[in-house]
Design a binder for this molecule. Structure first.
Ligand code: SAH
Length: 354
């Protein structure tokens, strides 16, 4: 077994065995990394050219009933500043985003009981009435199949629900007893069944994570076949129980982005804000390693700092328009271009991939 043969297998067969994935992640050298990166970049360019899709992220609530040990919005964090946006505020973020060229809005938030099915359905319908050519992505945690169906029927197109870790024992170390990894996975399969473009994903370098866990995350993605996948480094949050754990590694995150691109050539794969937070060129590096999506923040500036899932989150002070100018410049500097389109998952047969 060599790393090069495993990279070759990922390139041609889009999969590998668990022990091969573990071997690759443990033994990869700098020159292997460059070969993997190049293969992933070529694969992404074969599908998407030099186009980068943008998603406007609107953080609708910092209120959460959960108590995930890594997250700054966890219920037990007394220092968290809690806010929730009104429907008017959300619509105004969408209007501003639309004028800037956004055609996907991601409504993300803690698991906030205020946002009942009725409230969220009203918001979905209002956004769709004003912007019928836009996609709505929800990222509101575990709501259960019945709720997912109602929101889908109201017009939601996509749902992001990171599985966080595929290993149930590892999941239990990151979450309170009330949460179960199996349940989260069950909800992910339900989202797919309902017809959502579905996003899974995990943190890289979360406390207690092993290489075997990461291999299992990759194999879980292979079983689920999500249309989107969000990964980013774990970043400690000062008021969370994991405040003293080290942040996830840049190189490992980039390696995993490339592996995911090779395993899922058409997947919508963001260069995440967390990646941009741990390195000044993190998002550009993500794109060069196979990512094809960026998610600038459209939340009202006065609330940005309060959606503090981890420390030092970037773009806390800038208006959406400024963020977009900065991002456009960054993306052009590496030979790519931001496009205005919904950027839906394109499920055409893989023989069209160059
Ligand atoms: N409540 C929603 C949205 C959570 S925030 C949900 O449950 O899906 C989105 C993602 O941020 C989480 O899924 C998690 O993977 C990531 N995240 C949370 N805390 C983090 C931290 N300290 N470092 C890095 N990523 C984190």
């Amino acid at each position: 077994m060599t790393v090069s043969t495993i990279i070759e297998k990922l390139k041609t067969q889009h999969t590998a065995a668990r022990e091969e994935l573990v071997f690759l992640l443990n033994e990869i050298t700098d020159s292997d990394r460059e070969a993997l990166r190049r293969a992933a970049q070529e694969t992404a360019q074969g599908v998407f050219g030099n186009k980068i899709y943008i998603r406007g992220l609107i953080e609708i609530s910092s209120v959460c009933k959960n108590d995930c040990l890594y997250c700054g919005l966890r219920r037990s964090n007394q220092n968290a500043v809690r806010y929730r946006l009104t429907e008017e505020q959300i619509l105004s973020c969408c209007d501003k985003g639309y004028a800037l060229g956004f055609r996907t809005f991601v409504l993300q938030g803690g698991e906030d009981g205020f946002f009942t099915d009725e409230v969220v359905c009203d918001i979905i319908r209002a956004v769709k009435t004003r912007h019928p050519d836009c996609a709505i992505t929800l990222s509101l945690g575990e709501r259960g199949e019945e709720s997912f169906q109602k929101l889908f029927d109201a017009g939601a197109d996509r749902y992001l629900l990171r599985h966080e870790t595929a290993d149930s024992a590892h999941y239990a170390k990151l979450h309170p007893d009330s949460m179960r990894g199996e349940e989260r996975q069950r909800q992910l399969f339900a989202l797919k069944r309902i017809g959502y473009q579905t996003g899974a994903g995990f943190m890289v370098g979360s406390p207690y994570q092993t290489t075997e866990n990461l291999a299992d995350d990759l194999l879980f993605l292979k079983r689920l076949e999500p249309q989107m996948c969000g990964i980013g480094p774990f970043i400690p949050q000062k008021d969370s129980p994991f405040r003293d754990f080290p942040q996830g590694s840049l190189d490992l995150t980039l390696t995993l982005l490339s592996v995911i691109r090779l395993m899922h050539p058409r997947i919508l794969l963001p260069a995440t804000t967390a990646l941009g937070t741990i390195h000044p060129k993190g998002r550009e590096l993500g794109i060069l390693h196979g990512a094809n999506v960026v998610m600038p923040n459209l939340s009202p500036v006065e609330h940005r700092k309060d959606y503090a899932i981890y420390d030092n989150k970037i773009c806390n002070g800038e208006e959406a328009a400024e963020c977009l100018v900065c991002l456009k410049r960054r993306i052009q500097s590496i030979g790519y271009q931001i496009v205005t389109s919904r950027g839906d998952y394109c499920g055409a047969p893989s023989d069209t991939i160059v």
